[in-house]
Each structure stands twice: as structure tokens, then as C-alpha cells.
Design a protein around this ligand. Structure first.
Ligand code: C2E
Ligand code: CA
Ligand code: CA
Ligand code: CA
Length: 279
């Protein structure tokens, strides 16, 4: 290297590019938080509409910060995605969910499946299928008991490659669901090609639907399309009995929402699930 070039050479760390100082500090504390066991998973019951009973859980991450208390994923997942921290964090989430399934099995709970949210960046990992398989089989559970919740964003980068990955995951027996449907650029065209098990309608779909006839017609039509494509339909963010009435009327399969339960600790979830089986 010529002297002149060397003098102008700068240390370049990709993750520092455009990331303000405060976010860098936060990112450092994310790494520390993972080392120190400050993350935990909450579980929100998934309810079968026909029976009103719990058939599964969605794992939702929480950061139990020593000073700030419970930090919402909305406050740190975007940063984790921007910095790449989502890779180790996402692996921790899947691993922890698998361990939780084992634990519930040991407690004698009737078997259920757990949904785990995945970020687009995790799909850009070369070894993603291998990593997922290793974590699940390493925990000694059947892949059928894990459902991965994906958003359309995973198709932004390299749709053909993503589709190949999804087929490999499906072949392993892992269930796939399309999350946040009805937000952003969701398009029906995705439904034709992806090996999906479930379509999850975002809460914006159901909120304020009660006096909105057009919204109800869209809801009704999407459920029909999904069913014709052999997909289960789950609506998230259901809060009121009025919303439940519309959901029942249009034969949506599953719901999640405060009307039944917010996300709760693993212990509380086990209690809710047990109570139902004792009834
Ligand atoms: P999401 O996947 O759409 O999850 C649903 C969110 O709605 C959760 O927020 C849940 O607590 C909330 N919710 C559930 N029922 C109701 C309701 O009846 N009313 C209202 N208003 N909200 C309800 P949460 O737990 O804060 O998570 C926010 C987002 O953070 C999630 O949205 C998901 O995109 C992301 N996230 C959470 N955990 C993980 C994770 O482990 N990995 C990744 N990549 N993302 C995660
Ligand atoms: Ca989700
Ligand atoms: Ca959502
Ligand atoms: Ca989401």
C-alpha cells in the first residue's frame, strides 16, 4: 500500500455507518443483555374460534431491563435488525421456545405448537435452514411443533432464494405462517406460491371493523380466499365481543387478542392451558 493511501485509510465498521452514538450504546447494551439473561419470552394464547380453547402459543420477546423495566420489542427489534444483532437474538428466541415446549411436556401439558417470529435478516443467512433444524432437533422436539411467522419483507431481497428456503423448511415439517397480512405491501400474489399453513391477519384488519361495512366485506373475502387456498386464518389483536361476532360470522379459524389474554409468562400460560383441560 502506498504511503499516501495508507494515510487516508479509515477504519470502516459497517454497523457504525449512519448509526448515531445513542444507538451504538443501545446496541452494546443489547449484547450485554443477552449475555446476562435479560431477555425473556412471553406467550400469547392462540384460541380456536369454534371451541374457544387454546391450541397454541405465540412467543413474543421482552427485555427485562434492570433500570427501565419491561422494554417492548417495538423499541429494540428494529435496532437489532439494523445492527445484525437479530441473528444471535433470533437463535436465542427459537432455542428458548423449543426448551419451553420441552418444559411444558415434562409438566404433562397436552402437546401444543409454538409460533416464533422471524426477521427478514435471518433469512439472508446462508445457513438458515441448517441453523433452524439444528436448534429444533437439538432440543429434541418434532419440527411440527414449531410455526415460523414470516412477513412479506423476506421476499424483498431475493424472492426465488427465499421461496427455496421456505420449501426446505416445509419439507422438514415446520409450519409457516404469513404474519401482519393487511399491512404494508401485502399482496395476494404471495399466497399462491408460498408453502403456507396459516394466514395471520394484522390487527388493523379487525380494529374499527364494527361499523365499517366495506372493511367487513374485505375481511370476509380474504377469509374465503385463504380457505380456498387451504390456509387457516388467524386474526390478531381481537379486543371486543363485537369483533368476535364478526370473526365467528365469517368463519375465521383462530384468534389472538386481549379479549382472551395478553401475552403472559410461561408459568401463567401453563396455568391458563391447564385450567382449560380441567374444566
Ligand atoms: P406481531 O408479531 O404482530 O405480534 C402481535 C403484537 O400485538 C404483540 O406485540 C402483542 O402483544 C400485541 N397484541 C396481542 N393482542 C393484542 C390486542 O388484543 N390488542 C393490541 N393492541 N395488541 C395486541 P408485542 O409483543 O409488543 O410485539 C410487537 C412486535 O415485535 C411483534 O408484532 C413482532 O413483529 C415483533 N416481535 C416480538 N417478538 C419477536 C421475536 O422474538 N422476534 C422477532 N423478529 N420479532 C418479534
Ligand atoms: Ca407475529
Ligand atoms: Ca401484527
Ligand atoms: Ca410482526
Amino acid at each position: 500500500v502506498a504511503k499516501k493511501e495508507r494515510n487516508t485509510c479509515k477504519i470502516y465498521i459497517p454497523s457504525m455507518n449512519d448509526v448515531p452514538q445513542k444507538e451504538l450504546m443501545l446496541e452494546n447494551s443489547l449484547f450485554k443483555a443477552l449475555e446476562q439473561g435479560q431477555f425473556m419470552l412471553y406467550y400469547q394464547p392462540k384460541i380456536e374460534v369454534a371451541t374457544g380453547s387454546i391450541y397454541g402459543a405465540e412467543a413474543l420477546i421482552r427485555w427485562k431491563h434492570p433500570e427501565f423495566g419491561m422494554v417492548s420489542p417495538l423499541d429494540f427489534i428494529p435496532l437489532a435488525e439494523k445492527t445484525g444483532f437479530i441473528i444471535p437474538l433470533g437463535e436465542w428466541v427459537l432455542h428458548t421456545a423449543c426448551q419451553q415446549i420441552r418444559e411444558w411436556d415434562r409438566m404433562g401439558l397436552p402437546p401444543l405448537s409454538v409460533s416464533v417470529n422471524m426477521s427478514m435478516m435471518q433469512f439472508q443467512q446462508k445457513q438458515i435452514v441448517y441453523t433452524i433444524e439444528r436448534i429444533i432437533t437439538g432440543a429434541g422436539i418434532r419440527p411440527e411443533r414449531i410455526e415460523l411467522e414470516l412477513t412479506e419483507s423476506i421476499f424483498m431481497d431475493n424472492p426465488e432464494h427465499t421461496l427455496k428456503i421456505l420449501h426446505e423448511l416445509q419439507q422438514l415439517g415446520i409450519k409457516l405462517s404469513l404474519d401482519d397480512f393487511g399491512t404494508g405491501y401485502s399482496s395476494l400474489s404471495y399466497l399462491q406460491n408460498i408453502p403456507l399453513h396459516t394466514l395471520k391477519l394484522d390487527k388493523s384488519f379487525i380494529n374499527n371493523i364494527v361499523n365499517d361495512f366495506k372493511k367487513q366485506m374485505i375481511f370476509k373475502s380474504v377469509v374465503v380466499i385463504a380457505h380456498n387456498l387451504n390456509l387457516k386464518v388467524v386474526t390478531e389483536g381481537v379486543e371486543t365481543e363485537d369483533e368476535m361476532r364478526i370473526i365467528r360470522e365469517h368463519n375465521c379459524d383462530g384468534v389472538q387478542g386481549y379479549i382472551y389474554s395478553p401475552p403472559v409468562t410461561a408459568a401463567k400460560f401453563a396455568q391458563l392451558y391447564m385450567e382449560q383441560h380441567l374444566e
